[in-house]
Design a protein. Structure first.
Lengths: 532, 162
């Protein structure tokens, strides 16, 4: 590949390319919009990419790779970092050996998510340096910078992206000389990596010293961009908001911060001193505003109404004018729906007919909440269907408790439903419980990714398979059925009714391949058969 | 600095909105422009409304076309025209699904590329570049029907203008 080339890439693709160019030895993660394409693209570039059962395991695998001296990257959507938060907070203490880059893809506006949490808070809370790219070129450059910072100071680094950076495409010129990767090899370092209290106490102090040193680097040579414009208005910003700012206020002075934790506070103070009015334009939480005010820098934040949803050019114009009048509502489009012929349709028809109380979960089948089904009563987070269903069973009056059903998809079940079933065995409700695993043979919602239940790896090649019915029986569930929900709706409904009436612990695996994935799954299976 | 050209392509999940905007952005990129393209994946794919923004010129900042600033609005589904019309600037051009005669398409699934052909007649991007961008996007067995659709659209508009 010639290094003078000009490419047109999404932010996700740019991260993957940078990881490949920097010799990242292992890329892992769990699918989640808008992060999914990073690993898929890394695999097409011949990188070693693999799906983990969930984000916590993914981060742990990446930590192991880093301890082994290899460069590793781990990708997830914003809510995935909640799952991976436990290892994140402590790997900040242990530090790393090979570079460890954690990509958090946030979803302001909740285009495909259950909340719009702002993961910049995680950088501060865990003490993990963070970069925020504004476009695909930044995504490429900051991935390389994150790798360098990670290895120079032996810390994990967050690359915090958002939907419009991950999925927007723009022009990228790759680096001429990406940093070459170290060779893996085990180096014993017990006091750094074994976090018993006696070793963790000094590790925390080391982390704070590293962060102070990194702040100094960020002040002197961090990736900030300063546009010298009109001194009446200065705007401090980061991430995608920078692009909206440049378009909405081409005349303004602008300071874009590329590394937003730890912040280059003195650099910001100098910028602030040179302008009459300083405004922070940011999506989500008032992260910059709070940090600047804590540092004693007078800054105007955006009115609270702009905290909700994405930033855009029109909003920047309004903020600069101090306009808090109601925003025009975008025209309502046609909402998404379960595909015609989707196997989930018969499931939700049955649950509606049986007047079940449905504890739902995250995936395509979340659409069971919309008309004509309206057969979902709760949806909280990955895997919550089972725990929430059990909690309702324990406390509702018996007549209602007997109607409670937990509904969870195949990939979601692997992600964090298994521990819910363990809870069901250990603390069984008096009325029993019914769990439906909707096994459509793929992680459909995020674009047909494989998972441990399919028995195929990220590249769709055969690997070990977790057989749900075997697993569920081994856990001690009394009644286990496997049924094709598309074959006969009434038969499916009858089975659910019988299991509800049994008063026992039951798992029904509704198995039928996703219509959109079925053709490809057949091809993969044919391919496997020809290799056997 | 030349003005940034703002285009929105809209339709329903499965109509090829993202494919068409990829080809458009790819053509503008090949023509040497700065280009940005943005759309929403995920939930919106399941038969719901899909819209993709493509912007090109000397320098493009935001990847999203601000409301009411689209120079061109290309819509694949008649039912989606009104919902998207406010995106168009005053004097901007709507390319609705009836801009071409669907019956003349060899393959009706190529409507997206036919309408892209209509759009292409308005843009300063050479025909060879369009053909390169199309060839890069389709396997051989689908290329011919898409090229037919593209030419049908490109000429439909010329006839209308002459």
């Amino acid at each position: 590949m010639t290094r003078s080339e000009r490419l047109f890439l999404s932010g996700d693709e740019a991260v993957a390319l940078a990881a490949r160019d920097a010799g990242v030895a292992l890329a892992t993660g769990y699918p989640g919009t808008p992060s999914t394409e990073i690993l898929e693209h890394f695999a097409t570039l011949s990188g070693r990419a693999q799906w983990a059962p969930n984000e916590k395991v993914a981060l742990e695998v990446a930590i192991g790779a880093s301890f082994a001296g290899a460069r590793a990257i781990v990708t997830m959507k914003h809510v995935g970092l909640n799952v991976a938060a436990d290892p994140l907070f402590t790997v900040a203490y242990t530090g790393v050996h090979g570079a460890l880059v954690v990509v958090s893809a946030d979803d302001p506006g909740m285009w495909s998510s259950q909340n719009e949490q702002d993961n910049r808070r995680y950088a501060q809370a865990a003490g993990v340096p963070m970069f925020e790219p504004s476009d695909s070129q930044d995504a490429y450059d900051y991935t390389l910078a994150a790798i360098e910072v990670s290895e120079r100071w032996r810390v994990p680094v967050l690359l915090r992206m958002t939907t419009r950076v991950c999925h927007a495409k723009s022009v990228v010129r790759p680096a001429a000389n990406p940093p070459s990767a170290p060779a893996p090899g085990f180096v014993r370092d017990i006091k750094s990596r074994v976090m018993i209290p006696a070793y963790a106490r000094p590790a925390h102090r080391r982390l704070r010293e590293k962060l102070a040193a990194i702040a100094g680097w960020n002040e002197a040579s961090g990736p900030a961009v300063e546009i010298a414009g009109d001194t009446d208005t200065g705007i401090i910003t980061s991430g995608i908001s920078y692009m909206h700012v440049r378009e909405a206020a081409p005349e303004a002075s602008v300071l874009k911060i590329g590394m937003t934790y730890p912040l280059p506070v003195e650099r910001i103070r100098r910028f602030a001193a040179g302008v009459k009015r300083l405004v922070a334009i940011e999506e989500g939480d008032p992260y910059l505003v709070e940090a600047l005010r804590t540092a004693g820098i007078a800054v105007e934040g955006r009115p609270e109404m702009y905290r909700f949803g994405e930033m855009n050019v029109a909003r920047v114009r309004r903020i600069l004018k101090g306009d808090t009048s109601p925003e025009p509502k975008p025209a309502a489009g046609k909402p998404p729906q379960l595909c015609p012929g989707c196997p989930h349709r018969n499931v939700f028809t049955s649950l509606r007919n049986l007047d079940c109380i449905v504890s739902g979960d995250i995936g395509c089948y979340s659409l069971g909440v919309l008309p004509p089904f309206e057969a979902m009563d709760s949806l909280v987070c990955m895997g919550a269907a089972i725990g929430v269903g059990l909690g309702m069973r324990h406390t509702l009056p018996p007549g209602q408790a007997r109607r409670v059903v937990s509904v969870i998809g195949d990939s979601t079940f692997v992600h964090s439903g298994i521990t819910g079933l363990v809870e069901m065995i250990y603390n069984p409700p008096p009325s029993g419980h019914v769990v439906l695993i909707l096994d459509n043979g793929t992680t459909a919602m995020t674009g047909m990714q494989e998972h441990p239940g399919t028995g195929r790896d990220l590249g769709h090649h055969k690997t070990g398979r977790v057989v749900f019915e075997d697993l569920v029986r081994a856990l001690g569930v009394q009644l286990v059925d496997v049924i094709d929900p598309s074959a006969d709706q009434q038969a499916f409904q009858n089975l659910v009714k019988q299991r509800l009436d049994s008063g026992q612990l039951a798992v029904i695996i509704a198995r039928r391949n996703c219509l959109l994935a079925a053709g490809k799954i057949k091809q993969y299976e044919k391919c496997e058969a020809s290799h056997e | 600095m030349s003005k940034v050209i703002n285009i929105i392509i809209a339709g329903l999940g499965g109509q090829g909105v993202v494919r068409a905007s990829d080809i458009l952005a790819g053509a503008a990129f090949r023509a040497g422009y700065d280009v940005k393209k943005s759309e929403i994946h995920g939930m919106s794919q399941r038969g719901g409304s899909v819209a993709s923004d493509v912007r090109f010129g000397d320098a493009v900042f935001s990847p999203m076309v601000p409301p009411g600033e689209a120079d061109y609005l290309v819509v694949f589904d008649a039912g989606q025209v009104e919902a998207n019309r406010p995106q168009l600037r005053p004097g901007g051009r709507l390319i609705a699904p009836d801009s071409i005669d669907e019956r003349q398409l060899v393959n009706r699934r190529c409507l997206n590329i036919g309408l892209l052909g209509v759009l292409s007649a308005h843009l300063e991007i050479g025909e060879e570049i369009w053909l390169e961008a199309l060839s890069a996007s389709f396997p051989e067995k689908l290329l011919q029907s898409n090229l037919q659709a593209f030419r049908l659209g490109r000429e439909a508009d010329r006839k209308e203008n002459s």
